[in-house]
Design a protein around this ligand. Structure first.
Ligand SMILES: Cc1cc2nc3c(=O)[nH]c(=O)nc-3n(C[C@H](O)[C@H](O)[C@H](O)COP(=O)(O)OP(=O)(O)OC[C@H]3O[C@@H](n4cnc5c(N)ncnc54)[C@H](O)[C@@H]3O)c2cc1C
Length: 473
């Protein structure tokens, strides 16, 4: 166990829980603490937790929570460690980070096809295990290194979400350790209010140790489309974006298709994934609406091949590896999408700016479909009516003021052009510059979340800068 410079009451308490187990905990000030224990994802956001603990059982988590409670220290679970603001490490200094790396249980019930998955799994591992145990699958995002723990509890949007919904729409039941240290189950019939909050806002409500999720048969065939434009001027790409946006916002668009439009320094890329055969893709009519000249091509894949292909493509612009970056995001309802003139203005604005880096990306990601089927108040996730997200990334060593001004300025441009109807974003794409962050993340679900928080965690033990706060009495 790592030793800090002084043995605080918190440290003594956690050492008591460790009971001489090696590799159980380290404390601020230990050698290699940041590199081996905290492992921040965004290197531009410095966070120093008071302790990082790697429990082995739910009872360990319960005991650690009691230590934190007794010492008035905040707590955050850490699963894949891929939060844009390092929320798994607390998001601000002095928390206890509970690293779920040892929670690797996996089983598949071949009658119900429900999978039970330990919260320490990364998405790539979930895919492989589901494939091996019955050729099953669930919806989630593209990066295999993202943790199921932080992903399926905030939303979990990916190319198959228009067909199957978000990752959290697959959760049937969880085991969770709550602020009083109790190990509980939550589902539609047990601790229902907590279950509601955990699906979209779990970081403020507990530490989930395992998920029970429903699964689907893997699609046998997947068609992957990619179109690259290397123009160097964004203004020339604006009409193409408008056309792509119109396709993706069409309520009748085949749900088997998910797509992204990515602006990058040399031009733009459109990626698309269709879950079906090439014949079905042709019959869907989608190819006619996508650019088809020599810059576009199709790849045919099976399910695991398609996941690998998506991850490889994503890694070209958004690495799973730690780096210093600034990021912003915004969500759009169908009626608030930007029209062609405003799109042209914004793309022109991008051309005119100094970026301060060659590593910047603006990703437009289509949603809607099955995500929209679920009522807004069915889970804490509040973006059922959003059909498009934008996310920006400015990466640098370090991130310069010029890069920060560009990314912040782009957000300002979009907000100004979009008008008052457009606000809020998906909390998985953390935008810590938003005014009244919690309102923008959870919208009309926030008052109910604050009440549930007051019931389950009145002292706000589970806390990061963007998490739900308890309702005031
Ligand atoms: C490279 C990259 C690609 C991404 N792609 C997508 C994408 O395609 N779609 C998408 O929707 N999102 C995507 N995201 C966002 C990602 O879903 C969120 O950042 C997510 O919260 C990360 O989860 P984590 O477990 O890896 O992170 P962590 O930093 O470990 O956790 C993030 C937050 O979740 C909480 N949490 C983690 N585990 C638990 C648990 N067991 N119980 C309760 N709370 C928990 C933490 O306390 C923390 O507040 C991406 C992020 C990155 C960095």
């Amino acid at each position: 166990m790592g030793q800090g410079p002084s043995t605080s009451a918190l440290q003594q308490c956690i050492q008591g829980v460790a009971n001489n187990r090696a590799g159980f905990a380290a404390f601020a000030g230990s050698p290699l603490y940041q590199i081996q224990w905290v492992k921040p994802y965004n290197l531009d956001v410095l966070v120093e937790p008071a302790a990082v603990v790697r429990p082995q059982t739910a009872q360990d988590i319960s005991d650690i929570i009691k230590c934190a409670n007794a010492n008035n220290v905040k707590v955050q679970a850490k699963s894949g460690g891929h939060s844009y603001q390092n929320y798994g490490a607390g998001g601000s200094d002095g928390a206890v980070a509970i690293d779920m790396v040892n929670f690797q249980k996996f089983s598949m019930d071949t009658k119900t096809w429900y999978a039970t998955i330990g919260a320490g799994h990364r998405l790539g591992e979930v895919d492989k295990k589901m494939h091996a145990q019955g050729g099953r699958a669930m919806a989630h995002g593209v990066c295999p290194g993202v943790g199921l723990g932080g992903h399926a509890t905030i939303g979990g949007l990916g190319p198959m979400s228009r067909m199957w919904g978000s990752a959290l729409d697959h959760i049937v039941e969880v085991e969770v350790v709550t602020a009083d240290g109790k190990i509980q189950r939550a589902s539609a019939t047990q601790n229902e209010d907590l279950f509601w909050a955990l699906r979209g806002s779990a970081s403020g409500f507990g530490v989930i140790t395992e998920f029970v999720v429903r699964t689907h048969p893997e699609p046998a065939k997947v068609v992957q489309y990619e179109y690259t434009i290397k123009l160097g001027k964004q203004a020339d790409v604006a009409p193409l974006y408008s056309k792509w946006q119109a396709l993706m916002a069409d309520p009748k668009l085949d749900r088997r298709f998910g797509s992204m439009f990515i602006m990058f320094p040399l031009g733009a890329i459109i990626t698309g994934t269709f879950y079906g055969t090439q014949e079905e893709f042709l019959q869907s009519g989608i190819p006619n609406a996508l650019p088809q000249d020599g810059n576009g091509h199709l790849v045919l894949n099976d399910w695991l091949g398609a996941l690998t292909h998506d991850a490889e493509k994503e890694a070209l612009y958004l690495s799973g590896l730690a780096m210093p970056f600034i990021s912003r995001s915004l969500a759009f309802k169908r009626q608030d999408l930007l029209g062609p003139e405003k799109i042209k203005d914004i793309f022109n604005w991008v051309d005119a700016q100094k970026k301060g880096t060659l590593l910047w990306f603006i990703i437009f990601d289509a949603a809607g479909g099955a995500i929209e089927d679920v009522p807004q108040n069915a889970t804490a996730f509040a973006h059922r009516d959003k059909v498009m997200y934008y996310q920006s990334y400015g990466i640098g060593l370090p991130v310069t003021k010029t890069t920060k001004d560009f990314i912040t300025g782009f957000h300002g441009q979009v907000v100004q052009k979009a008008g008052p109807g457009t606000w809020g974003t998906y909390p998985g794409y953390v935008n810590n510059a938003l005014v009244d962050q919690q309102r923008q993340y959870w919208d009309s679900n926030l008052p109910a979340l604050e009440q549930i928080k007051a019931r389950w965690d009145p002292k706000d033990l589970f806390h990061n800068p963007g998490s739900v706060r308890p309702a005031k009495k």
